[in-house]
Every structure is written in C-alpha cells, then in structure tokens.
Design a protein around this ligand. Structure first.
Ligand SMILES: Nc1ncnc2c1ncn2[C@@H]1O[C@H](COP(=O)(O)OP(=O)(O)OP(=O)(O)O)[C@@H](O)[C@H]1O
Length: 613
C-alpha cells in the first residue's frame, strides 16, 4: 500500500476552479491582463536599461474593442514571448515567468513586476470562450507565435504574423457581451485599476476615439516644492469626486516598510459629505482597494488619500494581504505608520503654526476629537492639543485654560454645550466677568467624559449647573430669617409648579441675578444619558426633572427678591413670583407649552399695571 508520488490534477476542471474560487468579479480579467502587459513593458525597459540601449524605449498598452471581429484586444509593446516561453508560461497553468525573469536578469526583489502565481492570464476565460495570443519576442531572429485556446482547454500553436515586438491578447466575445452595448464599462474598469499606472494605457471602441485612460505622472508624485496648489486642487477634486478643494494635504514616506502616499484633509464645512473618506491603496501602480479596514486606521479613513505600497500583492481577498505578508506583518506596520504620520503632522501644525491650526479648527475639530477617542497613538499626543473657544472667542487647550483661569486650585472648567440655548447663563457669566468654554459639538460630550477619566482631578461643569459657588453665594446668619420668609412665599405661590425643584436662598455678589434654575451636573448628565438611550423623552420636562436634581437659587441681594420679602400684596406677589419662575424656566428652555399662555397673559397684565400707575 505504501506509495509516494505527485498529486495529479484533472486539468479540465481547472478553469472552473479558477473562475469560482479566485475570481468573482469580471473586473479581474482586465486587471490581470493589463498587469501582464505592464510587466512585459517593465521587463523590456529593464533589459534596455541593462544593455544601455541608445534608442529611447517607451512602453504603451492599448485596449481595443473591435465590433467587426467580435473581440477585445489588449496589446502591449513589451518583451513578447518566444515559442518556448508560450509553451512554458502559457501552456502550463500556474507557471509564472516573473520569477524566471528576475533570476535570469539579476533583478533585485524591489522591482515592480506584478505577476507571481502564474494563473492570472486564465481569468480571461471568465468573459471569453476563445482566447488567442499573437506575440513576438524582443529577442532577435525569434519567430512570431499565434496561440489559440478554447474554454475546453484545447489549444493550437502556429507561426504568427506579428511584425513588431510585443503581445496582443485577443478575447473573442459573445454577441451578448455587455461590453458591446456599453464599451465605457471597460474604460471605467481600466481607469479604476490603472489610473496611476506609469505606463500609458489607451482605450478605443466603436464611437469612442482612441484616448489615454490613466495619469502617468500625477501631480502628487512631484517633489512637494514643485507642486502647484491650483493644479493639486483640481487633481484632488477630480480624483476623489469632491466638490470642495482639500483643506490641506501632506505627503509621507516610510522607506523601511516601502510605503508612501498623500493624505488630503477634507473640507467638511458643508456637512453634506459622507462620513467616511476614500483612502485608495495601490500596489505597483495598480489599484487594490479602498478603505481597506486592515490597512487603514478607522480615523484616517475619514479623510481622503492615496497609499502606494509595492510590497502588497494584488489580492484576491483582503484576508490574503495579512496571510501573505505575515512574516513582515506589513498590514500592522502600514496601519501604525498612518496613525503616526497623521499624529506627527497635526502635532507639528499645533506646535509650529498655531494660527493655521486655529484657522482650520472649525473644520478639523470633530476629526481630531473623534481620533482621540478612537486611536491610542493619536490620543497620546493630541488629547492635549484639542482646543476650545472661550466666551471671548479665543482658543485654548484645556491645560492652557486652567492655567490662565481663576479656578486653578479646583480645576473646575465651566462650559456651554449650546450657546443659543444657554445664552442667558452666558450673559450672566459675561456680566460677572466669568469665563467658560464652548463644548457645542456632539462629540464634545464623549470627549469630555474621556478627558475626565484621564484627568480625575478635573471637573467639567455646564454653565447652568453648580454655579452658585462662582458667585460666592452664602447665607449670612442675619439673612437666615429673610431666606425662610422668601422661600415660603415662593413655595406658596408656585405650589405644585415647583415639582421636584428644591429652593435655596443665598446672598449672591451679583445683584442683577434674581432667581436662577441650577442643575446638578451629575444628575443632569445621567438624565442626558437616559435620553440618549431612549429611557426618557427629551420633551418630557417632568421626567427629566425627576432625574436631574434642580435647584431654584434665590438671590437675597436682588431688588425683586427684596420686594417679595417685604410685600403683602398677594395678587402682585402671585404675578411676580410666577413670572420670575417662568423666566427662569424659559432660560432653561423648559417652559412647558401649556404654561406659555399664562406667561403671556401675565406679561400683558404687568404691562397694563405699569401703564395705569
Ligand atoms: N502580455 C504578456 N507579455 C509577455 N509575457 C506574458 C504576457 N502575459 C503573460 N505572459 C507570461 O505568462 C506568464 C503567466 O501569466 P499569468 O498572468 O498567468 O501569471 P503571472 O502574471 O505570472 O502571475 P499572476 O497569477 O499573479 O497573474 C507570465 O508570468 C509571463 O511570463
């Protein structure tokens, strides 16, 4: 029973296996055949280089849809094949000429020859049942070869009639082929995969004049100081189909891992853009994918960019990127490199061009904060570089703000989450010479919580919460009795309207404040969370009130409050107390719709009283 030997393969099934396992999209045919043509050109130019040939060699590829002959022809003026090479590399599936070429021509591993499995050519049977090759080798005295193969794997070889060096791959298509109806499908595929190919690729079809498809010398590959900004912007807009110019861009290169590229920061001021940007990855000039999650850190994906890494294979599946390069772990290296490059660039801008950083901030604000929440490398440097505008319109980092503000010991930072909703409190702060930061982007809340976790001694307090201490509110011994009288009167006239709101009378330094609703920061945050998770309704003030402990702060130093203290006019007290309470609710955006009518009536009543006086 003991046996040794080579496994055999039923060759007639090979095409089916190739079609099913390796190739799922027809795009692959064009990618493989044009890659072969690029390889053939690359090989010939390397040979010419080595021979120090005096004639200038310029490779080019043309893809032509011929409706009369029902075929698609992919021609190159590359190295071509001898009869022997067709026998070896085409008639034997899974036999690549790439390794032979590198060995025979003493090439180093860092060339840009693409193929290596020796199967790509056979993807052509995905769209054609009859494939032919007309080829002539660059070698002198070699006869041109014509090779024909049908989908049943029967082939014939004979002397060809090609007179120029190079190869034509001819795919005979069915009448029903979609490409005859819509030749632009081919144009779009070539553009997608080979837009950055260094070799000129032309396309020609009935009713479509021969035209260059790719950009052989894209502007972003130029040395940075040779780049014209206007041309760069128009390249960007076209390449990424963006209506706006980029905010800014930077190029990067890591020689160690063989990766280079450019990142464009998107101008998101219209807020109509898709959340994710487009990071297009190319290997040896061929497009291999967009926003590949293994390669690109999630936060970098928010921007647009081009990454070129010749060490990546033209993968069939994304997972194989990781497997193929598991030794070098190129995926992780590229991922880390991108995190670092973005971090270094923004950190340098913060450190060296603060004015520029601040000017871009409205546009990069959400990106920087999201990235801090997402990426450890980025957060380790940039968490301290997030800036916030204060009430006077100046930008500060949290640390800068704490250092300059009065609250150094307590490290309490007051903030407004909505300058319109909290305008009354902002007004009070400004009147009292106090300052606060604007945290008015949705991402500011999670950012703030993370910042507090990292810096436990720091507390963020919303401008309408726990602010009593700011006004040096205190209750003197001699005021205690007055405080009780005022509180009782207010309780009496507000009755059930007070709900859960507690009362507190205090002598505040600032006389202009009469009564104020103050929320407890902790319970308000809890209520906000419950609202986010749908446990309470945003418009249900009573439910919110139950969750957020609010206090009605009464300023004994205010004239209206003094009037309440002294007056016995129950009718007037009722009007004034309810009016003040409605105003306090209004300032909290919490005046319920059913109370608005009585508020308006009471206001009119007060006006009539004033007129009659
Ligand atoms: N246009 C061409 N000009 C010259 N030689 C070619 C051309 N197309 C294919 N060949 C030869 O045929 C070989 C097999 O091609 P095939 O596409 O099947 O595999 P590959 O390109 O080597 O590797 P891969 O499977 O990764 O594409 C190539 O290595 C090359 O030697």
């Amino acid at each position: 029973m003991d046996q040794k030997g080579m496994l055999s393969i039923e060759s007639r099934n090979v095409f089916n296996i190739l079609k099913k396992w390796l190739y799922t999209e027809q795009d692959i045919v064009f990618r493989e055949l044009i890659s072969n043509a690029c390889d053939a050109i690359e090989k010939l130019s390397k040979i010419k280089e080595k021979e120090r040939s005096s004639t200038v060699y310029k490779g080019n590829i043309s893809v032509k849809l011929d409706i009369n002959k029902n075929c698609l022809i992919i021609s190159d003026n590359g190295i071509g094949m001898t009869e022997e090479e067709v026998q070896k590399y085409i008639n034997q599936i899974a036999f690549s000429g790439a390794t032979d070429f590198i060995n025979n021509n003493n090439q180093t591993g860092n060339d840009t020859i693409i193929g290596h499995f020796g199967v790509g050519f056979y993807s052509s049977f995905m769209i054609s049942d009859h494939v032919a090759i007309e080829t002539k080798s660059y070698q002198e005295n070699e006869q041109a070869v014509r090779w024909d193969c049908l989908v049943d794997m029967s082939f014939s070889m004979k002397e060809g009639c090609k007179s120029e060096t190079g190869t034509d791959v001819i795919l005979y298509l069915n009448d029903s082929s979609p490409y005859f109806k819509k030749p632009t499908l081919i144009f779009d595929i070539i553009k997608k995969y080979f837009i950055l190919s260094k070799t000129e690729i032309y396309f020609e079809a009935p009713n479509i004049q021969k035209q260059l498809v790719n950009i052989t010398e894209p502007i972003f590959r130029l040395n940075e100081n040779l780049i014209n900004q206007v041309e760069m912007n128009s390249f960007y807009r076209e390449f990424f189909s963006d209506i706006s110019d980029p905010l800014f861009w930077f190029k990067f290169e890591s020689v160690d891992i063989g990766v280079k590229g450019i990142l464009f920061f998107r101008n998101t001021k219209n807020n109509t853009e898709e959340l994710d940007g487009k990071i297009k990855v190319f290997s040896k000039g061929v497009y291999i994918g967009e926003n590949i999650s293994e390669l690109i850190p999630k936060f970098v994906n928010l921007q647009n960019g081009i990454i070129e890494c010749d060490n990546l294979p033209l993968v069939v599946s994304r997972n194989s990127i990781r497997e193929e390069n598991s030794k070098e772990n190129i995926v992780d290296l590229i991922n880390e490199c991108l995190s670092q490059e973005v971090t270094i660039y923004l950190n340098n801008m913060f450190e060296q061009h603060r004015d520029k950083y601040e000017a871009y901030w409205p546009n990069i604000n959400a990106f920087v904060k999201y990235s801090i929440l997402q990426d450890k490398i980025f957060a380790s440097v940039m968490a301290k570089k997030a800036i916030f505008m204060d009430l006077s319109g100046k930008y500060y980092t949290i640390n800068e703000y704490i250092e300059k503000s009065k609250n150094t010991e307590t490290k309490e930072v007051y903030y407004s989450s909505d300058a319109v909703e909290q305008s009354y409190y902002i007004g009070i702060f400004k009147r009292c010479g106090l300052n606060a930061l604007l945290f008015d982007h949705v991402i500011d809340q999670p950012f703030m919580r993370k910042y507090e976790v990292i810096n436990p001694s720091l507390k963020f307090i919303r401008i309408d919460s726990n602010i009593e201490a700011l006004f040096n509110g205190e209750i003197k011994e001699e005021d205690k009795e007055n405080a009780e009288v005022v509180t009782n009167k207010i309780k009496k006239f507000l009755g059930s309207r007070l709900g859960n709101i507690r009362l507190k009378a205090s002598s505040l330094q600032h006389e202009s404040i009469s009564i104020l609703i103050i929320n407890d920061e902790k319970s308000r945050r809890l209520a906000d969370m419950m609202e986010i998770y749908g446990l309470i309704n945003a418009t249900d003030f009573t439910a919110r009130e139950l969750q957020s402990k609010s206090t009605l702060l009464i300023n004994l130093n205010n004239d209206i409050v003094r009037f309440i203290l002294c007056s016995d006019n129950e009718d007037l007290l009722n009007i004034i107390i309810n009016q003040l309470f409605d105003l306090a609710l209004l300032n909290q955006q919490a005046l319920e719709p059913e109370d608005i009518e009585s508020f308006v009536n009471r206001s009119e009543n007060l006006l009539i009283r004033t007129i009659k006086k």
